[in-house]
Design a protein around this ligand. Structure first.
Ligand code: 5GP
Length: 202
């Protein structure tokens, strides 16, 4: 069986990546990688579904054990991708979505050059600011910190293979764009190295 695609979707706070990825996950082809984090759960977040919420001590233990595919520190908290779960999904032939930030994305590309890196963006910085303030799930200090981080992250846009824009109310279009990218990747010659043999021998 062919291995699934390792897909990274990075989007700054307010890019709508949660909503867009939810559309992808309604299909059977995609599995969401549930990260571990030391951040406190937000209202409505469920342990084991949105994140594995763990202590800093436990997080550091997992790093030492080699249990993380990648990890980073973001705005004062640790975030990391559990290795075992990721490998199981990819080996089952399903596509795995890592919803991670820029540094993690770059680390994944270094380790797995086959990974597809997609940058999901709001239409502009000012729209993003409006969305974040409208969401009101965080303090002003956190919002300012996340907006500053977004400005720093956009300087790494060139690390990505694709960019997708999430316009207001058009999250389904953004999800369709991602599905089109994944489909095209699956048909690329570099991922289909036995075309000639298959053609002649089947
Ligand atoms: P949030 O606190 O808003 O849920 O996530 C903050 C940032 O951390 C987001 O950009 C999110 O994509 C990123 N993130 C979530 N999980 C991981 C992970 O496992 N690894 C890395 N590198 N970043 C992550």
């Amino acid at each position: 069986m062919k291995k699934g695609l390792l897909i990274v979707v990075s989007g700054p706070a307010g890019s709508g990546k949660g909503t867009v990825n939810a559309h992808l996950l309604k299909t059977d082809d995609f599995v969401y990688s549930v990260s571990a984090t030391t951040r406190a759960p937000r209202a409505g977040e469920v342990d084991g579904i949105n994140y594995h919420f763990i202590s800093k001590q436990e997080f550091l233990r997992r790093i030492d054990n080699g249990d993380m595919l990648e990890y980073t520190e973001y705005c004062g908290n640790f975030y990391g991708t559990p290795k075992k779960e990721a490998e199981e999904v990819l080996n089952s032939g399903k596509n795995l979505i890592l919803e991670i930030e820029v540094e993690g994305a770059e680390n994944i590309k270094r380790k797995y050059p086959d990974a597809v890196l997609i940058l999901l963006l709001p239409p502009s910085f000012s729209v993003q600011e409006k969305r974040l303030r409208g969401r009101a799930t965080e303090t002003e200090e956190k919002i300012t910190e996340r907006l500053a981080r977004a400005k720093q992250e956009i300087t790494h846009a060139n690390s990505y293979d694709y960019v997708v824009y999430n316009y207001d109310g058009k999250d389904m279009d953004a999800a369709n764009d991602i599905m089109a990218i994944v489909n095209a990747e699956k048909h690329s010659m570099t991922r289909n190295t036995t075309v000639e043999q298959d053609y002649l021998n089947n």
